[in-house]
Design a protein around this ligand. Structure first.
Ligand code: PMV
Length: 311
């Protein structure tokens, strides 16, 4: 019995969210501790089946929130000229949904990879990105392509809308704590809120965006110089401006405050904001464990710790 497996990880925006919408750079990195996995087999009854956390049954009667996956399946079979036999697709994911961790992109990447492996076909990065971006447009209305890129790659990226993404290694000693606030992130609303603020306070928002862009550029240098203290400082400054842009909220700020008070080198929201996740930085793993504990006390539902340095 032939089986195809596919996998993808979640992602974190280290710095530069929101400013990236206005063509400033952002740094995003893979987060391998939360993953999406897909498994493809030949369907036994000749009908297309899908099994996931949200739905288990025939693909044709799947609810709308699986339209993105349906699209990914269709496009993969089409673009890669695979036979259209009925398949059974099982999806497992440990990535919390709607937290700015790239859950929908990761699931789509895993499904495309699993189908390709099932048919023993090579799929190019360009094909994979094209297919998953189409699925992302269905899931989110629009996409910057950042989630597709980072969930399907082992590299971190310096990402700018108008430029080719620049992969780079996070060769820096330090630990990142990711904390899920338990609140649904509201990327769409937050992006719209910033756009409206820009109409009211054009000069201020313009300057905030440019400043965040400068912080990101400095953060890239700090990473290259293995300066975790400088990176932490820049993350905190970045959050100050996100707060001014009104995309944080009380829950996120309490968790971020707890990280600062516990001695984190820096802390900020990550992703769209108005809920979702926050990140903080420490120099050692022991410190990270303590900071994570304090972030939980302040309301975080779940925390993960990971070394920034990628193997
Ligand atoms: O919430 P996420 O991880 O999808 O990140 C959104 C990042 C924004 O800069 C706010 C929006 C965007 O499309 O880049």
């Amino acid at each position: 019995n032939k089986i195809g497996y596919g996998e993808a990880h979640s992602k974190i925006i280290l710095m530069g969210e929101h400013a990236v919408v206005y063509d400033y750079p952002a740094i995003a990195m893979p987060f391998p501790k939360a993953k999406a996995q897909a498994q493809v087999t030949l369907s036994e009854d000749g009908l297309f089946h899908i099994h996931s956390r949200v739905y288990s049954g025939l693909l044709e009667s799947a609810p709308e929130n699986l339209d993105n996956i349906r699209k990914a399946i269709e496009l993969t079979l089409q673009i890669c000229q695979m036979p259209t036999e009925a398949l059974g697709i099982r999806i497992d994911s440990s990535i919390p949904e709607a937290r700015g961790m790239g859950s929908s992109a990761a699931v789509a990447v895993a499904v495309v990879r699993a189908i390709a492996q099932f048919y023993q076909q090579e799929i190019t990065d360009n094909q994979l990105h094209f297919i998953v971006n189409q699925a992302e447009v269905i899931a989110h209305g629009s996409t910057s392509g950042l989630d597709t890129l980072v969930t399907s790659s082992t590299d971190a990226f310096l990402y700018r809308k108008s430029k080719q993404p620049l992969p780079f290694k996070l060769n820096i000693d330090g630990f990142l704590i990711l904390a899920d606030s338990g609140q649904i992130g509201q990327t769409k609303e937050a992006v719209e809120k910033v756009r409206q603020l820009k109409e009211k306070k054009a000069a201020f928002v313009k300057e905030a965006m440019a400043t965040i862009g400068d912080f990101v550029a400095q953060a890239k240098v700090a990473i290259e110089y293995n300066d975790i203290y400088e990176l932490g400082r820049l993350m905190t400054y970045n959050h100050y401006y996100l707060n001014q842009l009104e995309v944080s909220n009380q829950t996120l700020d309490s968790i971020i405050n707890a990280a600062w008070m516990a001695g984190a080198l820096g802390a900020k929201l990550t992703g769209g904001g108005l809920g979702g996740c926050v990140i903080s930085l420490t120099e050692t793993k022991e410190k990270a464990t303590y900071v994570a504990h304090k972030m939980k006390e302040a309301g975080a539902q779940k925390t993960w710790i990971l070394p920034l340095r990628q193997s």
